[in-house]
Design a protein around this ligand. Structure first.
Ligand code: SAM
Length: 246
């Protein structure tokens, strides 16, 4: 039976069950050139944002870490390097094309990590299992963000932390230039590199309909996270939120 509830897919209002298919189409389409696009679009800045996320995680050898919506594996790779033999990082994503690329990349770097294709809204892990959960540029694409956050909290051990790296609301004076760049330039770069302008228009639109810094803090608190705080990166282009499960 069709699901009649609606949600955002960028600026469009679509049926909830249609959104997940359209998000899947986006990432199937861009998976092969996803990493190159990230470097070009952000001028390499996404590497610094991810390095900051790793630093903020406080990860220690021996920890169990879950990377949700991990895609091509940037965070999982960085965690694998830090965790040593006793620790474990799981690379997970709903999309097979992205996950396959991530698994292969980690393998090429000499890291064989457990990989699971799964929906963040229904994680196949026991309660209280991970020391740290991360989600980078993934939450925005999820149909029921609140359910995904509750799931991420469920699999965290008491005292464990969630880190959410996501596009956010840019510093107001910068907004016109940022709008120009994201609506006029990025789709063109997307067309040149991935031959898919529409997916990169979706990227720009999906950022505008995602909760801002305080909106996401509230969502995390409603999901049960405590001591929720965020750091703005690149003047709010991106924010890193963290929250704890106690
Ligand atoms: N985390 C990686 C990074 O920072 O480069 C990949 C981010 S990519 C922009 C977003 C990822 O979210 C895609 O790989 C997509 O398949 C994944 N995704 C979207 N909805 C999801 C869901 N409901 N559950 C798990 N992953 C999801």
């Amino acid at each position: 039976m069709n699901n009649r509830n609606t949600t955002h897919f960028g600026f469009q209002e679509v049926a909830e069950d249609e959104k997940s298919q359209r998000v899947a189409d986006v990432f199937d389409s861009v998976a092969q050139r996803y990493d190159l696009m990230n470097d070009v679009m952000s001028g390499g800045l996404h590497r610094l944002w991810k390095a900051f996320t790793i630093a903020k995680s406080g990860v220690r050898p021996g920890w169990r870490v879950l990377d949700v919506a991990g895609g091509t594996g940037d965070l999982a790779l960085a965690f694998a390097r830090k965790l040593g033999q006793d620790g474990q990082v799981w690379l997970t994503d709903i999309n097979r094309s992205m996950l396959t690329r991530g698994r292969d990349r980690l393998g090429d770097e000499g890291f064989i990590v457990p990989v699971a294709q799964c929906d963040a809204e229904k994680l196949p892990f026991p309660d209280d299992y991970f020391d740290c959960v991360t989600v980078a540029f993934g939450l925005r694409n999820m149909t029921h963000k609140e359910l995904a956050l509750v799931e991420m909290r469920r699999v965290l051990r008491p005292g464990g932390r969630l880190l959410v790296l996501e596009f956010s609301q840019v510093w107001k004076p910068l907004a016109p230039a940022y709008d120009f760049y994201s609506f006029k330039i990025i789709p063109r770069i997307g067309q040149l590199i991935t031959h898919d302008e529409a997916s990169y228009r979706y990227l720009a639109e999906s950022i505008r309909v995602h909760p801002d810094q305080d909106g996401l803090r509230l969502l995390m608190e409603q999901a049960g996270f405590e001591r929720v705080e965020y750091d703005n990166l690149a003047l709010g282009v991106v924010a890193l939120h963290q929250g704890f499960k106690f």
